[in-house]
Design a protein around this ligand. Structure first.
Ligand code: PSU
Ligand code: MN
Length: 301
């Protein structure tokens, strides 16, 4: 598999400097324009501030890119034709020389092949709730890829629009190590807690680093999910986000939105219904994850 590295990522790989992978679906489908441009730039800047090199990953004109130029990020942020690219979509987008933003699954797939150990995102995909009118069966391939891609993903958990208990169960079935960072609970993205207990907890960067080292020493197939709750000052109230999610889901169902379009549709609806508030929360937690991921990557390098 041919990966085109940016000069600074290529240099970091040569010198053994810490690298943090970043996904691009968050740019194309996760935030409205122009906030998405600011988020992309600030994610990279946050990683750099901690002494690591950011590697934003995407498919540009069919080429697998690890480390993007500013104009490539701009295209991802503004071109309405950018395709959401999970692992199964890669071959088609490559053959069509199209532009695709990589999900957690596809970003992890590419990053692991590039030897990158740490990846920062906002939230991972998971098991969707099964409700009247909604898709009957929908499980994100983010979970499957985590079962067979050895990389540490730092996320703020998963959105409560998903079936969070089932998501945690699937992670367990798939042997994915799940570790709370300074928390006992699976964070629910917009909120710090979900009421669901995590199997493991790290209380310091030292402890997280030790767990990360042991994880790679095992040399297993599965990845590790670090659950880093949204910062207290940015977190939403449970009632507030739940009522927004109920409205957004009802809209998605009545509009007949299915499959891969569901998450982007609901994110946009939440942003609209909350007057931009959910995107602010999303940005705060994504930057917080980039910061932790970079500090961890530096220790592991
Ligand atoms: N959650 C977010 N923002 C996102 C996504 C999830 O808050 O942008 C994206 C991620 O790229 C994730 C993908 O990997 O949605 C999952 O999509 P699906 O459920 O269709 O697998
Ligand atoms: Mn799906």
């Amino acid at each position: 598999m041919k990966i085109e590295f940016s000069p600074d990522v290529a240099e970091a790989r040569k010198s053994g400097q810490a690298i943090v992978a970043l996904e691009s679906t968050i740019i194309s489908h996760g935030f409205p324009h122009p906030e998405n441009l600011a988020v992309a730039a600030e994610m990279e800047e946050t990683v750099r501030q901690q002494g690591a090199v950011p590697a934003t990953i995407a498919l540009i004109d069919g080429n697998i890119k690890c480390g993007l130029t500013e104009s490539e990020v701009h295209r991802l942020a503004t071109d309405a034709g950018v395709r959401k690219c999970s692992v199964r979509d890669m071959a088609v987008i490559m053959a069509e020389q199209a532009i695709g933003s990589t999900t957690v699954a596809a970003t992890a797939f590419i990053a692991a092949k590039a030897g990158i150990k740490v990846f920062a995102t906002g939230g991972i995909g998971g098991v969707h709730r099964r409700e009247e009118g909604a898709d009957g069966y929908d499980i994100s391939s983010d979970l499957l890829e985590l079962s067979r891609t050895n990389i540490i993903v730092v996320s703020a958990g998963a959105k409560s629009l998903l079936d969070l208990p089932a998501t945690l169960e699937v992670l367990e079935t798939y042997s994915v190590a799940v570790v709370g960072y300074e928390t006992n609970e699976f964070p629910a993205f917009h909120t710090r807690s979900s009421g669901l207990k995590l199997p493991h907890r790290a209380d310091s960067l030292d402890q997280l680093t030790a767990i990360g080292r042991s994880h790679f020493e095992l040399d297993g197939e599965a990845g590790m999910l670090v659950c880093n709750p949204v910062p207290e000052e940015a977190a939403m109230k449970v009632d507030e986000i739940e009522s927004l999610i109920t409205q957004a889901r009802a809209e998605a169902i009545s509009e007949g939105i299915k499959g891969a379009a569901v998450t982007p549709y609901i994110l946009a609806a939440l942003n609209r219904l909350s007057d931009g508030r959910t995107s602010e929360v999303n940005k705060a937690l994504a930057l917080n994850n980039a910061d932790l991921a970079a500090r961890l990557a530096v220790r592991l390098a």
